[in-house]
Design a protein around this ligand. Structure first.
Ligand SMILES: [Cu+2]
Length: 73
């Protein structure tokens, strides 16, 4: 997970080490803001594809979430 921060007049990505989602709330990942970057995926991804990922929560639970691929190389 990355977030985009302004440093002077430049925008830079910085790692997000954790993410807190309060009960009943949602968090959006969008290009140019908080986003999920898959580095070296095991299978090629293409824009428009939907990818399911499992998040492991700090309490040990897991959460499966779907994401739209918005950028691929
Ligand atoms: Cu990034």
């Amino acid at each position: 997970m990355h977030k985009v921060i302004a440093i002077g007049d430049q925008m830079r990505m910085t790692p997000m080490l954790n993410l807190t989602v309060l009960p009943g709330k949602t968090v959006s990942f969008t290009t140019g803001s908080a986003h999920l970057m898959l580095i070296a995926p095991t299978t090629p991804l293409r824009r428009g594809q939907i990818v399911e990922l499992d998040f492991i929560c700090s309490d040990g639970d897991s959460l499966r979430t779907s994401f739209d691929v918005v950028y691929s190389q």
